[in-house]
Design a protein around this ligand. Structure first.
Ligand code: NAD
Ligand code: WQD
Length: 340
């Protein structure tokens, strides 16, 4: 019997790539998404990319317990991958309650409906942002956590709720995956990152500069204590993140209760290095100018990725060149994003 995976936020950037990965490995996939930050066109593209359809897709809010209960009643869900959340750090500072409501409220609603329907297996999207302003890198799962904004705080709050739920409900099997900086796109050029408005994040901004939608990249500070003075991050290809989830589901039973893992590559890349790699991959110039630091930014965030490697025998396989090439292919083929 193929297993049935419920993917919340399955139309989003990471969710859509994960749906393809699960479909191509024989899973039945059910999506719940309210499309607050994604286009419904993505659902057709998931099926086209995977070469087979989703079992079902529901337009519903994860906070809506009644709607979720209908989904669980209609499908024999074996496990849940919970991506649905708000993710914009700046917006979370302006609208913290909305972030707690969706990210923490949504997780609680999901947990209660899972419990009612005897579903005990969950992979949860956490974030490297829980580490805050890291004193030293690379970061292991035991490095101190200290969120510096409401978004990161909602992720840590969810981790703590999950830990407590696991401590009291012995059947629960939960993996919290702390992603570093997911970028890139599906190599087909059909799926990728499609931010609304001006991109907050570096890679989609650079891609829009290369395609001519924006004049130049603003580099947020070149006076950080890093080799070239610009911020260093651990960029990870979204297909490695997707594959990581597929592999993670096979390891939910390794231990009872909750496990926490970093999903990164262990390699740090500066803003200028990424812009240069993108220019090379696209064959287009990426002009830039240095501006003030962005408030709240940190100098460097890089994963120690050894825990998943030893626990699952799995590591990422795609490098910065692959990330830039695939992001560029998506940008070139979809210059205005998902218009259909
Ligand atoms: P995304 O915004 O592209 O995808 C999230 C999806 O969830 C969207 O399709 C959105 O419409 C949906 N959604 C939001 N609120 C919902 C609700 N109340 N009910 C139903 N659906 C809802 O984001 P993403 O980059 O794919 O991120 C996925 C997850 O990974 C999020 O939980 C995010 O916090 C986490 N994460 C992302 C990054 C990153 O850099 N992209 C890094 C670390 C962690
Ligand atoms: C990367 C680097 C910027 C844009 C965010 C979230 C984090 C996590 C991952 C969800 C930094 C610099 C950026 C630009 C620039 N998401 N930059 N010019 O801030 O590391 O992390 O995504 O969990 O929570 O905060 O990613 O892509 O915004 O920035 O110079 O126009 O690029 O200063 O050094 P960040 P980012």
């Amino acid at each position: 019997m193929p297993r049935t995976v419920l993917v919340t936020g399955g139309a989003g950037f990471i969710g859509s790539h994960t749906c393809v990965e699960l479909l191509t490995h024989g899973c039945e996939v059910v999506v719940v998404d309210n499309h607050v930050n994604s286009s419904p066109h993505v659902l057709d593209r998931i099926a086209k990319t995977a070469g087979r359809p989703l079992a079902a897709a529901y337009r519903a809010d994860v906070r809506d317990r009644r709607a979720l209960a209908e989904v669980f009643a209609a499908h024999p869900v074996d496990e849940v991958v919970h991506f649905a959340a708000h993710k914009a750090v700046g917006q979370s500072v302006a609208r913290p309650v909305e972030y707690y409501d969706t990210n923490v409220g949504g997780t609680c609603a999901l947990l209660s409906v899972m419990h009612e329907h005897d579903v005990h297996r969950l992979a949860f999207s956490s974030s490297c942002s829980v580490y805050g302003d890291a004193r030293s890198v690379p970061l292991t799962e035991r490095s101190p956590v200290a969120p510096t904004n409401p978004y990161a705080a909602t992720k840590l709050t969810c981790e703590r709720i999950l830990e407590d739920v696991c401590a009291h409900l012995p059947h629960m099997r939960v993996l919290a995956l702390r992603y570093f900086n997911p970028v890139g796109a599906h190599p087909s050029g059909l799926l990728g990152e499609d931010p609304q408005g001006v991109p907050d994040n570096l890679m989609p901004y650079v891609a829009q500069v290369a395609v001519g939608r924006r004049e130049r990249l603003n580099v947020f500070g070149d006076d950080y204590p890093t080799p070239d003075g610009t911020g260093v991050r651990d960029y990870i290809h979204v297909m490695d993140v997707a594959e990581g989830h597929r592999v993670a589901l096979d390891h939910l039973d390794d231990r009872p209760g909750m496990q926490v893992f970093n999903l990164g590559t262990g390699t740090g890349t500066s803003v200028l290095e990424l812009a240069a790699a993108f220019a090379e991959a696209s064959g287009r110039p990426v002009p830039h100018r240095v501006v003030e630091r962005r408030p709240g930014d940190v100098a460097a965030l890089v994963a120690d990725a050894s825990a998943v490697a030893s626990a699952w025998g799995w590591t990422t396989t795609r490098d910065l060149g692959d990330m830039c090439r695939d992001a560029w292919r998506f940008q070139e083929r979809n210059p205005d994003g998902y218009t259909r």
